[in-house]
Design a protein around this ligand. Structure first.
Ligand SMILES: [Zn+2]
Length: 246
């Protein structure tokens, strides 16, 4: 599903558009010109539905070279092993995410408690996956002609990063589960979620002039996205907590 000439939504579950497995986060395909990258992997169940969506949008999945993860929660990173093993993509993520992925660390990504809470089926596996390297604040990645900047943004998860880039005349922010339409956020009572970190990360995004917000779930605002960020930033600045998505 094309969002802009060079950005497609190729995976999205029940907290989105229902075009792939119900547990999938939004999975985006970025066309950098001569090179393709996936933004987040989906949960790893029925990934062939995402492959079919990529083909429907006119792309050859075998030309995807990189997978960029916003964080290692299973709905975002669970499919990493599939993309790596099937298409040989390099997996890029924060150093903390890399540690979890390399060892299939379920406690590290709070999958143990999420499974107990019924958010994932019994026996849902977190498959270890080799990673190209750990990203840190200020790093850049190139996808064809596209240059992507890394921002460390802990809060929803302490391994989280956002990706910023300019594409199709839009300043874009891939925000994972940090910030959503309407300035909503995703607090969890898990060990890897931290309100003061959340506040600092959102307040860093104030005044950034973001046009298109590519979040991990729900509505995808393709223009005027900074207003959603400012709403959350103001709430945190006043020592409150923005409204949650659920
Ligand atoms: Zn998450």
């Amino acid at each position: 599903m094309k969002l802009t000439p060079h950005i497609s939504l190729v995976g999205s579950g029940r907290m989105g558009f229902g075009i792939s497995h119900e547990l999938d986060c939004h999975v985006y395909l970025l066309d950098g010109g001569g090179e393709l990258a996936l933004l987040d992997a989906g949960c790893g169940i029925e990934p062939e539905r995402i492959v079919a969506n990529i083909e429907t949008d006119g792309h050859d999945p075998s030309t995807i070279t990189k997978l960029l993860l916003t964080h290692a929660h299973a709905d975002h990173s669970g499919g990493s092993r599939f993309w790596h093993d099937t298409f040989g993509v390099e997996v890029h993520c924060s150093s903390k995410s890399a540690g979890f992925l390399k060892h299939g660390n379920e406690e590290g990504i709070s999958l143990d408690v999420a499974r107990k809470a019924g958010m994932y089926p019994e026996g849902f596996p977190f498959q270890a996956c080799s990673v190209a390297g750990g990203l840190k604040e200020g790093d850049t990645l190139t996808i064809g002609n596209l240059i992507i900047s890394v921002m460390e943004t802990p809060g929803h998860a302490d391994d989280a990063v956002c990706y910023r880039f300019s594409l199709d005349d839009k300043e874009c922010l891939a925000s994972g589960d940090l910030i959503f339409f309407g300035g909503k956020i995703a607090l969890l009572s898990t060990h890897d979620c931290c309100i003061p970190d959340y506040s600092a990360s959102i307040r860093r995004l104030a005044g950034q002039k973001i046009d298109a917000l590519l979040p991990g779930h729900l509505v995808i605002p393709l223009s005027g996205a900074q207003t959603h960020i400012e709403k959350a930033a103001l709430k945190f600045r006043l020592l409150g907590v923005p409204e949650g998505i659920a």
